[in-house]
Design a protein around this ligand. Sequence first.
Ligand SMILES: [Mg+2]
Length: 130
Amino acid sequence: MRVYIISTVLVEIVVQRLTSWELIMTPNEYQLQAMSTAVYPVNHGKAYAVIGLCNEAGEVAGKFKKYLRDGVAYAVIQQQIQDELGDVLWYVASVATEFDLSLASIMEGNLQKLADRKTRGVIGGSGDNR
Ligand SMILES: [Mg+2]
């Protein structure tokens, strides 16, 4: 079993990169603001959002694939990944909204699930219900 440990140094680096704006925007505020730009057919809202999320996740993979193939500068791929993750995030908010969920509740639930798995020593492995 592989064990991945995120160091406190890495966490500190991420926190240092956060701007004050990022620190004050809540997940649900992002969700509301993101959905103010949603323009898609309401009769196919769930399908549109789920397909869009898969498409944007694929774009992250595509940019990274081209980074491996072409060896572009790190700053270039870093910006591309940021842009595509933003698109992924928008669609996560969209899927959440379509299923009457809040980003904050999703984030909290996910962290609780992972903390529970860590406590029980089942972070590794597979299966949704471990
Ligand atoms: Mg995109």
